[in-house]
Design a protein around this ligand. Structure first.
Ligand SMILES: [Zn+2]
Length: 168
């Protein structure tokens, strides 16, 4: 089970899962820690975002296909297309002229915080591939630079093998 709001995730469960030997040893929430109590008070709804996850994959595939070769795409671009934003970045890169941008899609996820969480989740599960490189700035600082390079070959299959229930 996935949690959009990390504040709702049981502390004890997080700790046990961190030290667990295998990924399929999933402990249940304790019901006593501050996060469990916060969850009980707020009573957030668990919403399935599988179609949104598939949408993000399609966006990445088709954007890479349609863009000129020297264009790179980053997290902001993917989220901008997903949420059909009309900001300067999107317009400068002409992402709003892509066919996938125009296409109607009934989103479950409605804000950028949740959309970024979904994208991070897809990257962590290696369904979306992100390349991170370190660059040295003129001032001598090292900064990390990341770009989205594609999706796993069996991305859809991978999506369907996980539960995409989020607290939205
Ligand atoms: Zn707890």
């Amino acid at each position: 089970m996935l949690f959009c709001e990390e504040k709702y995730k049981c502390f004890q469960q997080k700790l046990l899962n961190f030290y667990a030997w295998s990924a399929d040893t999933v402990s249940s929430s304790c019901g006593n820690c501050s996060n469990c109590q916060c969850r009980a008070v707020d009573n957030p709804g668990l919403i399935n975002v599988t179609t949104d996850a598939i949408r993000v994959i399609n966006i990445i595939r088709r954007t890479i296909e349609e863009l000129e070769e020297d264009n790179i795409i980053v997290r902001d671009d993917v989220i901008g297309i997903f949420l059909q934003l009309k900001n300067k970045k999107i317009i400068d890169k002409k992402l709003n002229s892509l066919s996938i941008y125009e296409e109607n899609f009934d989103r479950t996820i409605r804000n950028s915080k949740q959309a970024f969480h979904l994208l991070d989740d897809l990257i962590n599960k290696k369904i979306v591939v992100e390349a991170v490189t370190l660059k040295k700035t003129g001032a001598g600082f090292w900064i990390s630079d990341s770009k989205i390079t594609g999706v796993a070959e069996d991305a859809e299959e991978m999506v369907y093998s996980y539960s995409w229930d989020y607290y939205l």
